[in-house]
Design a protein around this ligand. Sequence first.
Ligand code: 5CA
Ligand code: ZN
Length: 426
Amino acid sequence: MRSWPTPQIPALPRPVEPHPPIRVHDSTTGELVEPAAGTTARFYVCGITPYDATHIGHAATYVAFDLLHRAWIDAGKDVTFVSNVTDVDDPLLERAAATGVDWRDLAEEQIALYREDMTALGVVPPATWTGAVESVPAVVEAVERLLADGAAYRVPVEPGAGGSDPHLGDVYADLTADPEFGSVARLDHETMTALFAERGGDPQREGKKSPLDPLLWRRERPGEPAWDGASLGTGRPGWHVECAVIARDGLGLPFDLQGGGADLLFPHHEMSTSHDRLLGDGGARVHMHAGLVAYEGEKMSKSRGNLVFVSALRAAGVDPMAIRLALLAHHYRAEWEWTDADLAAGAARLERWRAAVSGNGGPDAGATLAAVRAALADDLDAPAALAAVDAWAERSLDPARDTSGDDEGAPGVVARTIDALLGVRL
Ligand code: 5CA
Ligand code: ZN
């Protein structure tokens, strides 16, 4: 899938001290870990399901992972970022049916919007961006392998389903084939069952060996799109195996980090990592999650419909960099509520920073750059990074300041710091 243009990332002065190790909060252990200690960093961030995109919650999550991407680039690592688009799945098909739109047109229009939003927000694009539809042949091969290995089984489908091979059932993963299942989210059985039902699972489906077993291949149903599934019969991929296969093919197994919003920890990342474990030498070594953004008192979500769209703000003339700054003012793990005040604060900060870097010279910027680097290395502490830039801007704009020690290059260094590390182009 064609992604979006890569923003220019200005080079920054090398740090005097060695680069601080870049640590993030590991959702499994709750501890700070360094996911990519070597010279490379390979990570996967779950992409959108293309309807009702891009809302502020999506944007906050993608900007959070973009900070990690930029910190790794700045540290000189060879970074590979892979992502997906769930361009065929139940909720997308349901939305298309409910609105009388062809699901392909809905997906295409929403993907185009998402590209524009990511470009406007300065998010560095993935090296490989794969749609679920594009992944079908690889998923089919993977599911065939899991079946052959006894890690998956068929479940009979209802009359009318299954096209010309109704005897070939849907395929489910047999979680007992993976002794390490549960090791990502480390939840008790009751919580897993509740979340599975809430987040796209089908614990009640008759014929499954265990309620938590996830769907790998859904056979053709009347009125639903279906693809050639070779020995599986016509159908379409399950959600978790889509990401397992796209990550495997884009990054190789195992890889450094998988991420998304906090709603993906279970079942999605638990399941996709379990699939990868059976398809290779393991999945993501670290899982990282962004807190969910709320609006009008509840989590911003497609199902609730309490959405603020990036594209709507842009259309209303809001500078996308003000949106980015509004998002960065909250730590990525915080659960917070979007209000107009966030946007106003982002716009005010943008204006202040623009004024501060437009002077001929300013206070030395070396400590500011080091502080921004250190803040990001410490679990992507964007609010601390903003505070460091604010402090420089305040000094720079202080009319009573003694300018005799000013450095001519300082405003440029600060502007490039903000651009390269925070993704905010002034
Ligand atoms: N296509 C799947 C992932 S494979 C999916 O979850 N798509 S999505 O469109 O529903 O969400 C895209 C990303 O935004 C996911 O990482 C999700 O966790 C995140 N997200 C959704 N709602 C919010 C929210 N309110 N706040 C923060 N992040 C959110
Ligand atoms: Zn995913």
